[in-house]
Design a binder for this molecule. Structure first.
Ligand code: CAO
Length: 402
């Protein structure tokens, strides 16, 4: 059956056909654009009121047409089934079919192709939009308003769900401290700006712990418990050795990322947990101090951090940072680099594990370490050598005297 499609009343006496959007023999869906017409101030896509195959195109580009001018002839199998029921009330009453006329004036809409495209892209049905333009025309602003209302409703709905879930008696709101805000912003900036890679390793510290315990027992016997040394002091010293051997780890990047600044001093920061706030005091000239000196400075700076009495000079000038969570517990973690430094060492809790010595499994105290490095500055092979070097010296502290 053939059906004629005519030009709807779009509120203009005469319009020019500026584009034909379909071809003869093309199968066209309901509401698919057929032609674009242009009036004095606006252009508009004329949607198809039916689905079917285009049999004849009765207009040409550049032709002036009026309301009710014949646009096209469609071939359809079944005139009633070609109009989708659910869309029926969206049909423009002024699009004339020779067998049917939509009488639902309320649902009449006009919109420019730009607006229709916008609606299509946002998956918005024009039938749902309240038109505020002249002659019931849907404007871009109407679509935006509708879109914003949807967003508002979603937010309201989400808030409602959240408040149902977290009723006020069940939650407590805590404000982040100023320090948390500052640290959080820095961490976020570093995480976003530095291409992080984390290399993991496990160090056999059985001998080191044996030595440390012996040393601390002597101190206890001499009633010098304040001089007891933790594993961290050894790690700091070993890292200083490694920084000397692998100077690129003792560097920083200029802000424009164009130059590497190699440092000729070794200052190492260590993270201190103070009631959920994080401080990083810096031990200066680590390479020039022995482990006992480093340990007493470490204890002093940790105490000052806990009392929140660190000076600015205590927390600046670091070349490399160590974050030791091993006193608390947990396995490996990926520390975030403390820019402008280019690497950080994370230390986790040591555990006894069976270690194969070629003949048998030996119970060994294994210390998990994780090295995050700035991949812009340091390549993976170099980082693997660096962590392997740290592993070697920590496993056998005789290397410290070499
Ligand atoms: N594995 C096993 N035991 C460890 C260990 C490890 N990796 N690190 C420390 N220990 C041991 C110490 O040797 C000590 O044992 P002894 O009593 O036998 O000597 C005990 O745990 C307690 O050590 P400590 O934590 O008090 O001291 P420390 O020098 O190792 O660390 C400090 C000092 C200030 C770094 C630490 O107290 C701290 O605050 N750590 C948290 C760091 C942090 O928050 N990092 C996260 C930053 S990112 O959010």
């Amino acid at each position: 059956m053939d059906i004629e499609v005519k030009m709807p009343d779009i509120g203009l006496d005469e319009v020019e056909v500026i584009e034909i959007l379909v071809n003869i023999n093309e199968t066209v869906e309901l509401e698919q654009g057929l032609i674009t017409v242009e009036g004095d101030k606006t252009s508009m896509e004329i949607p198809s009121p039916i689905s079917g195959v285009v049999k004849n195109i009765c207009v040409k580009v550049g032709e002036k047409i009026k309301t009710s001018s014949l646009i096209m002839v469609f071939k359809v199998k079944d005139a009633t089934s070609c109009i989708r029921k659910e869309k029926e009330n969206c049909l423009d009453e002024n699009i004339h079919l020779n067998f049917k006329k939509n009488s639902k004036e309320d649902n009449f809409f006009h919109a420019t192709p730009v607006v229709r495209r916008l609606a299509r892209n946002l998956n918005i049905d024009l039938c749902n939009i309240i038109a505020t333009g002249p002659k019931n025309r849907i404007l871009k602003e109407d679509i935006e308003l509708y879109q914003n209302n949807i967003k508002d409703n979603i937010l309201k709905e989400r808030k409602k769900m959240d408040s149902n879930y977290y009723s006020e008696e069940k939650i407590e709101e805590l404000k982040l401290s100023d320090i948390q805000n500052i640290i959080g912003n820095n961490l976020h900036k570093n995480w976003m700006n530095i291409p992080h890679v984390t290399q993991f390793d496990e160090v056999d510290i059985t001998n080191l712990e044996e030595f440390r315990k012996k040393y601390n027992n002597d101190k206890k016997i001499q009633k010098e418990t304040s001089n007891c040394i933790t594993i961290l002091a050894f790690i700091i010293k070993v890292v200083a050795y490694a920084l000397e051997k692998f100077p690129i780890f003792n560097s920083s990047l200029t802000i424009d990322n164009k130059k590497i600044i190699l440092k000729k001093y070794i200052n190492i920061g260590f993270a201190v947990d103070v009631n959920n706030d994080l401080f990083v005091p810096v031990l200066k000239n680590v390479d020039k101090k022995n482990i006992e000196q480093l340990s007493s400075e470490l204890i002093l700076l940790s105490e000052q951090a806990r009392k929140r009495q660190l000076n600015i000079s205590d927390t600046t000038g670091g070349c490399f940072t160590i974050s030791n969570l091993g006193g608390i517990g947990g396995g490996w973690f990926s520390p975030i680099i403390n820019s402008p430094e280019v690497a950080i060492l994370g230390v986790s809790k040591s555990q006894i594990k069976p270690l194969w010595n070629g003949k048998e499994f030996i119970p060994s105290l294994m210390l998990p370490i994780s090295l995050s490095y700035n991949h812009r500055v340091i390549n993976g092979a170099y980082a693997a050598r660096f962590i392997t070097y740290i592993n070697k010296i920590l496993s056998d502290i005789h290397f410290l005297i070499m």
